[in-house]
Design a protein around this ligand. Structure first.
Ligand SMILES: [Zn+2]
Ligand SMILES: [Zn+2]
Length: 382
């Protein structure tokens, strides 16, 4: 019971088709339709659409009692101009699948093909195609959807391809695998003035110049520490692009990153106290807003055991090297009411990095990823 050569050719063609027509977070309407159409042939027992935005879930039910096992992929692409030069490059200007979510989606579609031919012996499989992973609101939206209760899993699994790791090797461990992160927007409000009489206004200039180096200095520990914290200033804007007005406001944006959610709460409090103090010293007020909030993704030991067993049976080499990963991932939300685990699948040591403009998902990962998931599902459900 494996994929045929015909399946692989069709899945590869379909992956490239998705690659040509990328849609960014929260706009994945056509991509969701592609998924529903592709799976129609496989006769799922239930299909839910519009989950938390454009999310799609396909259920393959044994009709017998048993656990619900969910596999997750992402539908969204990125606002990046593709420079890969491949024949199936993006046809949408300024948008592209530079994270390989097209490939992850093809891997789940491969499971659909196989469960379409032979249902699990007990329980059921849910193929969850979630929207808006890159902005951090997709998984939360899916889980918050009232219809999610119809597919609430006992186990949830996901994979992400990872350039820099030898092709086809797995990185997996229990505990934190992806950091918590959040975008912090600090607005400093003062008062504009004529540029010939700056003393009549309140410029945020000095405050901004103090705040920018002080924010990264809040970070501490090396990445190996449980207590690790990091602040990266990503953007700054002050006043208007003119010569006649002394500025009356400024914004500084920063990304906060930690290994633990509790540590994130401390780092947020420290950053707010810092900015409020600097603003007050210069007669300004400070406002805060938060965007793209990701909780840490934490693998449950139980779920990791199931993956490890499947990897050994499939002869896939694995290690804990390079984990956790500094980048964030919203899959962890599926683990709040289920045993969940995510692993990383090597895309090759020299492969362009994720979000680089010349990245493309390696099609040869489709059979490897789907083999690992299939074995995991069959072990749990027979
Ligand atoms: Zn990404
Ligand atoms: Zn991704």
């Amino acid at each position: 019971m494996t994929l045929t050569n015909r399946d692989l050719i069709e899945l590869t063609e379909w992956r490239r088709r998705l690659h040509r027509q990328p849609e960014i977070s929260n706009e994945e309407e056509k991509t969701a339709r592609e998924v529903v159409n592709f799976l129609a042939d496989t006769g799922p027992d239930k299909v839910l659409t519009g989950l938390g935005g454009h999310g799609v879930a396909a259920v393959y039910d044994s009709g017998e009692a048993g656990p619900t096992v969910l596999f997750r992929s992402e539908l969204d692409a990125l606002p990046i101009e593709e420079l890969s030069g491949v024949e199936h490059a993006s046809r949408a200007p300024g948008k592209s699948h530079m994270c390989g979510h097209d490939g992850h989606t093809a891997i789940l579609a491969a499971l659909g093909r196989q469960f379409g031919r032979e249902r699990p012996a007990r329980g059921r499989v849910v193929l969850m195609f979630q929207p808006a992973e890159e902005t951090g609101n997709g998984a939360a939206g899916v889980v918050a959807d009232p219809r999610f209760s119809e597919i609430a899993p006992d186990f949830a699994f996901s994979l992400h391809n990872l350039p820099g790791v030898p092709f086809g090797e797995v990185r997996l461990k229990a505990g934190t695998v992806n950091c918590a992160s959040r975008g912090m927007r600090i607005a400093l409000d003062g008062k504009t003035a004529h540029s010939s009489m700056p003393e009549t206004g309140t410029s945020p200039m000095i405050a901004v110049s103090e705040l920018m180096p002080a924010l990264p200095a809040l970070g501490r520990g090396t990445f190996a520490d449980d207590d690790f914290g990091m602040v990266t200033v990503t953007h700054c804007a002050m006043g208007e692009a003119v010569f006649g007005i002394a500025p009356g406001s400024a914004e500084v944006w920063a990304t906060l990153r930690t290994r633990r959610d509790e540590r994130m709460a401390e780092l947020v409090a420290a950053a707010e106290a810092l900015a409020t103090g600097i603003a007050a010293r210069h007669g300004l007020s400070a406002r805060f807003a938060y965007h793209e909030i990701f909780l840490a993704s934490v693998n449950a030991p139980d779920a990791v055991e199931h993956l490890n067993r499947a990897l050994d049976q499939e002869g896939v080499s694995r290690s804990e090297e390079t984990l956790p990963i500094r980048a964030s991932e919203d899959f962890g939300i599926f683990g709040h009411n289920a045993k969940s685990a995510m692993f990383f699948l090597g895309a090759g040591e020299k492969h362009p990095s994720l979000h680089n403009p010349d990245y493309d998902f390696p099609d040869d990962l489709i059979p490897i990823g789907s083999r690992i998931f299939m074995r995991t599902a069959r072990n749990l459900l027979g």
